[in-house]
Design a protein around this ligand. Structure first.
Ligand code: HEM
Length: 148
């Protein structure tokens, strides 16, 4: 009891959890949509890229178009390099609030091995089917021997 990961909601809507990850609501993120204060959401993480605007090889315009919003799709569409993905980390300020995440990303968070479920099924289903087939063959042959 009392050991759960409590979250506290501050007056400005920010939610701080015990794991020290800061969660921002979409409402709060939307406010940071100008060139002197630019936040972006990429894969449910929140980045303050104000100081990166001028450095971006793809130009600041494309970043400003997405400012205060989810840029995951455009970021992925460009096919950014691993270097670009690593660069992201230095601008990380928190994560998107759970309530504002899309359904599929919610499952990502709670099931970090997403897709693992289906492999567990195949892992068990294949041997189970093989066992059934072997069982049926065994029955078939023993019955055949009995009748002859
Ligand atoms: C903070 C997030 C971002 C970082 C750290 C970042 C970083 C980079 C880097 C390092 C490159 C050079 C090529 C590479 O290494 O892949 C690049 C290129 C590019 N980026 Fe981004 N990027 C970000 C967000 C975005 C977004 C949201 C868009 C689109 C709306 C975008 C559009 C582009 C384009 C079009 C290029 C190609 C430029 C060219 O080759 O002429 N980037 N970005």
């Amino acid at each position: 009891m009392g050991e759960e990961n409590h979250t506290q909601t501050a007056s400005n809507g920010e939610v701080v959890s015990e794991s020290n990850v800061k969660y921002y609501t979409i409402e709060e993120i939307k406010l940071h949509n100008m060139s002197k204060d630019t936040w972006l959401i990429i894969h449910d993480k929140v980045y303050d890229i104000t100081s990166f605007l001028e450095e971006h090889p793809g130009g600041e315009e494309v970043l400003l178009e997405q400012a205060g919003a989810d840029a995951t799709e455009s970021f992925e569409d460009v096919g950014h390099s691993t270097d670009a993905r690593e660069m992201l980390e230095q601008y990380l300020i928190g994560e998107l609030h759970m309530d504002d995440r899309k359904q599929e990303s919610k499952t990502d968070v709670f099931n970090s091995t997403s897709g693992g479920e289906s492999s567990v099924w195949t892992m068990w289903l294949v041997p189970a089917l093989a066992a059934v087939v072997v069982g049926l063959m065994y029955r078939y042959y023993t019955l055949e021997h009995q009748s002859s």
